[in-house]
Design a protein around this ligand. Structure first.
Ligand SMILES: CCCCCCCC/C=C\CCCCCCCC(N)=O
Length: 517
């Protein structure tokens, strides 16, 4: 049989098995009537509807008491008492500043703004487990650098939020802290791995948050929960003091960035989070959208591993193109890169490569286990079947998939990646952006990604290409769930995608209150 036909048959069989398994699960899984079709009540407190930029201004002007702002977040792992004490200090700082509001804004731009933090980031005194049962009781003793920088800018961390197990799945579910729901429909996923951040921000329970992304972990939760999220050009914002740490070539693909409901908060947050590396970006450069080149790619070109992009997501991306052409008087050019069909294989290959010194990445099964005692995925699978594993099916699946990864990368795949990198870098240069679907569909029901595990490669490919991407909400679709698009820029051209995010928010309305629809 020809290799391509063999591959097609394999993929078809895989999809058929997944389909039958999903059907059986649907037939036999107990229904949770308490969640069916439920969403959150509307956000009634007007403080919940302010951006961090507006809230900080009101706090500086003493129009809002920082203590009422710090008490907003309904977090399970919170530090409310400490946060209220810190909020009480804010008044003192305002009184003591003799230079006036502008000096205060310059020195402490986020003074008094509550901040939620993905639990995989070290936040002193808070759980730092990444959803691993064996890390139960681990508490951070320091602050991860971007957390420390946001604190130094006056933000008040109020608590930490849930992730997928070891931050390596597109649903935030683990055996330690449980499962995170989507505020637009509690039966659906909040995404992962920064799903707790996505959910609480989408629900208007937090003002700003912080996420990390090596395959879409900022962008998928931002998309599913209808908020903005920015995957920064890698190695601008520090990714130190996160668990699990990255290793091997993964250090080049991990990215830390802001998540928030309002586009105007992305840029000031990024300026702060970049710390000493802020000079690498051009965040003070004014962007004239009329002078930008816009490209659109409707899908990955028909990978047999991913499902087709849904009609509503294709339609909304087309609407974005139409509005851009109308409003800016420009032509948005549709482009295709056949190599995008191999997005998953490229991501999977490069995630397994050694770093420049030849050091390979830490195996996922070692991360799942305890120091010096890697987990045995097959054994965990057997235990899972009888309800005795401490791991989720996704983590066990990833451990099993890792066993099939060849130690030497396929030249065929590395050639595809190099070609794609060259073509995309040339197209983007320093004055262009690409619109690309965020995912193949809106937020799926809980656990459904297990049956479509490769769809995340719509986000994952841009980690390997090391490009900045802003995830932008575009209103709600047929089922009342958030729609959106990824805006991709050239390396270090983060200011361009952030400027497009502001335009899209103005044109398409940005975040919608899940309770109001
Ligand atoms: C039974 C289901 C598991 C099958 C596993 C198949 C292999 C899929 C491979 C990788 C999925 C990774 C998803 C990455 C999600 C985002 C990661 C991140 N931190 O940015």
């Amino acid at each position: 049989m020809a290799p391509s036909l063999l591959r097609k048959v394999q993929v078809w069989l895989l999809k058929a098995v997944a389909g039958v398994f999903l059907l059986l699960c649907r037939l036999f899984a107990p229904r949770k009537p308490a969640l069916a079709g439920k969403k959150l009540p509307p956000a009634e407190d007007p403080l919940l509807l302010l951006s961090a930029t507006q809230l900080a201004k009101k706090i500086r002007r003493k129009e809002v008491c920082p203590r009422s702002a710090a008490g907003l977040l309904p977090l399970r792992f919170n530090r409310f008492a400490a946060a209220l004490q810190e909020a009480a200090q804010v008044d003192k700082l305002i009184e003591e500043e003799t230079g006036g509001e502008e000096v205060l804004e310059d020195r402490l731009p986020l003074l008094g703004v509550p901040l939620s933090v993905k639990e995989s980031f070290a936040l002193q005194g808070m759980p730092h487990t990444s959803g691993l049962v064996s890390r139960r009781g681990v508490v951070a003793t320091v602050d991860a650098p971007p957390v420390a920088l946001l604190k130094r800018a006056g933000a008040i961390p109020v608590g930490v939020t849930n992730t997928s197990e070891l931050c390596m799945w597109c649903e935030s579910h683990n055996r330690l802290n449980g499962i995170t729901n989507n505020p637009y429909d509690l039966e659906r996923i909040a995404g992962g791995s920064s799903g707790g951040e996505g959910s609480i921000l989408g629900a208007a329970g937090a003002v700003i948050g912080i996420g990390s992304d090596i395959g879409g972990s900022i962008r998928m939760p931002s998309f599913f929960n209808g908020i903005f999220g920015h995957k920064t050009t890698p190695n601008v914002v520090s990714s130190e003091n996160q668990y699990p740490p990255t290793s091997g070539r993964q250090n080049e693909y991990i990215s830390t960035g802001p998540m928030c409901r309002y586009a105007e908060d992305l840029l000031p947050m990024l300026k702060i989070m970049a710390g000493p590396n802020v000079h690498m970006l051009s965040l003070n450069t004014k962007v004239d959208l009329k002078k930008l080149k816009f490209f659109t790619i409707p899908h990955d070109g028909g990978s047999p591993l991913t499902y087709p992009v849904s009609k509503e997501l294709m339609d909304i991306q087309r609407k974005v193109v139409e509005r851009l052409e109308l409003d800016l008087g420009i032509k948005v050019q549709e482009v295709r890169f056949p190599e995008l069909q191999y997005s998953f294989q490229i991501w999977n290959t490069y995630m397994g490569l050694s770093d420049k010194d030849g050091k390979p990445p830490m195996p996922f099964s070692s991360l799942m286990g305890e120091p010096g005692r890697p987990a045995w995925p097959l054994w965990e699978l057997l235990k899972w079947m009888v309800g005795k594993s401490e791991h989720t099916m996704a983590a066990i699946g990833l451990g099993l998939a890792e066993m099939t990864r060849s130690s030497k990368p396929l030249t065929f795949i590395t050639e595809k990646k190099e070609k794609l990198q060259k073509e995309v870098d040339e197209l983007l240069g320093t004055d262009a952006v690409i619109l690309y679907p965020s995912h193949t569909r809106v937020a799926p029901k809980h656990h459904h990604p297990l049956f479509r595990p490769f769809d995340f490669s719509y986000t994952g490919i841009f980690n390997i290409l090391a490009l900045p991407v802003t995830q932008c909400p575009l209103g709600l679709g047929e089922e009342g769930l958030p729609l959106g698009v990824q805006v991709v820029g050239g390396k270090l051209q983060d200011h361009l995608t952030l400027a497009v995010a502001l335009y899209l928010e103005k044109t398409f309305g940005g975040w919608r209150d899940p309770g109001a629809n």
